[in-house]
Ligand binder design. Sequence first.
Ligand code: LMR
Length: 326
Amino acid sequence: MRFKKLLTALVGATLSFSVFAAPLQIKFSHVVAENTPKGQMAIKFKQLVEERLPGKVEVKVFPNSQLFGDDNVLEAMLLGDVQLAAPSLSKFDNYTKKLQVFDLPFLFQDMEAVERFQNGPAGQELLSALERKGLVGLGYLHNGMKQLSANSPVRVPADIAGKKFRIQTSDVLAAQFEAVKAVPVKKPFSEVFTLLQTNAIDGQENTWSNIYSKKFYEVQDHITESNHGLLDYLVVTSKEFWMELPDDMRDVIKKSLDESIAYGNSIAAEKDNSDKEEIIASRRTKVTSLTPEERKQWVDAMKPVWKKFEKEIGADVIKAAEASNQ
Ligand code: LMR
């Protein structure tokens, strides 16, 4: 009899625990606006996961550097204060030098080449480049090719000599601007608009989507369609968080991530065109295309940067990336 009572109490406790247990919280922190490929991908991920794991997982998305910025999100992740982020591939310099391959100027001809490289063996291997540091790369997400914006016309490298350009925290990007005698200034994304508006810097490099959604075009008189480099993301989590998830939950989360990344990539392709058109239509800035001769001057000046970083990145990785152009 006593045993029966104990059993009933135990079953009751277990039931009430499972009914009232708080859902697992996944905080997803990023720095861009919601109307961007990454912003949309994060929202899609929340929808999919909460639909597939009702009451078990709650995803909280924090856009616009609301929770963490570029400078502290990875540390916060290792401390368990945030579970997901998708920093640009240029922001991992302190964790691995391997991902610097994505910053090499004029490496990828177009986004199809980027896609081929990321999905190929060399690109897939780079996903685990952060594991020794306690981070897991869960997938690549596209934004697009970078353009140059400035407060004066820019056609050839000599036009930006001596000018201050904001860059992400990447030594390759610093070398890229030094190669054309400009002055690179490493700053978090959240500060760029004000730096441009107050003329504390002369220009910056970014995708059409970021230039549009953060209104950089309203405070820059010129944009040069240079397509000189890539801005893509790595979706990351901490190894500790990832490995502690129950297997079935981890599978659903990974599947939802893969689907939301595919969705984000489709938005990236669309916005690369539509945000450029919006910027042109606004007439707030002048958009310039380069002639093949002008473009060649940029390639000749910037490409020697590859050699400088070949040892750190690995000649084989650079070769594989270059081969993805064919
Ligand atoms: C930047 O800092 O310019 C970008 O990495 C921002 C972003 O996340 O797209």
